[in-house]
Design a binder for this molecule. Sequence first.
Ligand SMILES: NC(=O)c1ccc[n+]([C@@H]2O[C@H](COP(=O)([O-])OP(=O)(O)OC[C@H]3O[C@@H](n4cnc5c(N)ncnc54)[C@H](O)[C@@H]3O)[C@@H](O)[C@H]2O)c1
Ligand SMILES: O=P(O)(O)OC[C@H](O)CO
Length: 375
Amino acid sequence: MGDTATTHHTKSANNGANDNQIGFKSRVSVIGSGSWGSVAAKLVAFNTLNLSSFHDEVKMWVFEETLQSGEKLTDAINRTNENVKYLPGIKLGKNVIADPDLDNAVEDANMLVFVTPHQFIDNICKSLVGKVRSDAEAISLIKGMEVKIEGPCLISTYISEQLGINCSVLMGANLANEIAEEKFSEATVGYRNNREIAEQWVQLFTTPYFMVTPVQDVEGVELCGTLKNVVAIAAGFVDGLDMGNNTKAAIIRFGLREMREFCKLLFSSVKDDTFFESCGVADVITTCFGGRNRKVAEAFARNGGKRSFDELEAEMLQGQKLQGVTTVREVYEVLRHRGLLELFPLFATVHEICSGCLPPSAIVIYSEKKNIFPV
Ligand SMILES: NC(=O)c1ccc[n+]([C@@H]2O[C@H](COP(=O)([O-])OP(=O)(O)OC[C@H]3O[C@@H](n4cnc5c(N)ncnc54)[C@H](O)[C@@H]3O)[C@@H](O)[C@H]2O)c1
Ligand SMILES: O=P(O)(O)OC[C@H](O)CO
């Protein structure tokens, strides 16, 4: 742990955070246990076993459910060391302990990894108020955003505000099943102003097959991870209409341009270089070719928009959750509220298709005529 973090530990006030500086070991909890949540626990657990500055054990909070066999998911994970529902066939590491009790899962942890679908973060944060260490550091792997009456709010900001702790982000071209199989990938840690904290997260996640780069642009990194899911849905429509690779490449380019404009609209501080990190162009590419948002959007278009995203998601993903449909609705609300829909034709069209106002083929009309931003 770096100096800044150590000072952090010693000044803590509540929930047992009175550790001595010398010999202090960090405790990590993972909040979420879907496919990416389980891979995150695996990555982290590999490092906590191998680095002396961490306690070995990694607690992973599980949204409890009963499997078809009648066994609780948590019991099955702890018995087999696999997330048999969301990441079957992958050993997580014996030091990963699944826990269905949220309070218990975060108790004593000073490094909190948030990785649930974004639609659930509100309830999770509300139930964690007053339960986490005041000196804890958080990181969000969640791709999505909250839209409140007063405007859009990044998930990392929401976590920070609700829990009174600093929150970094980790985003990137990270299809969970590929990293689970230890195929090489990159990711980007976005941090606000404390480089040492960023280095701790880099250390905690880096493995020989997972390369993590810190970038001082938390908003840019997080919004890239959030918005690429909208572009992935557009790419899925193109696939469902059998329009081919050139059209998909055009959609990716238009999408990246709207991502950049939307990021700068919300945060003028967002850096152009961030779009060339793993969280930017690389994540757009991988999601538009191999992601769940793309896959379900393709099925939506092949069905002519007659079967809803909810229905297709339940049938095709068996409990896993899409982020793109909710995100594009939130983006649309922000743009409508500001009278800027015309400047974001791809985002607007994707929402209008998802919500049934336009047919999937409208994405073709979009791609034929749009070049809104000056290049
Ligand atoms: N899967 C990936 O390849 C991947 C990669 C990078 C980032 N992400 C992001 O990670 C985040 C988490 O996604 P994931 O892939 O780990 O999950 P997932 O879609 O695989 O699984 C859904 C999860 O939601 C949980 N859940 C269901 N109802 C809930 C409720 N009411 N309250 C709380 N939890 C509930 C389920 O138990 C399960 O753990 C998302 O923001 C996603 O965009 C996913
Ligand atoms: O499967 P998706 O569409 O949720 O995308 C997964 C990851 O975000 C890719 O980096």
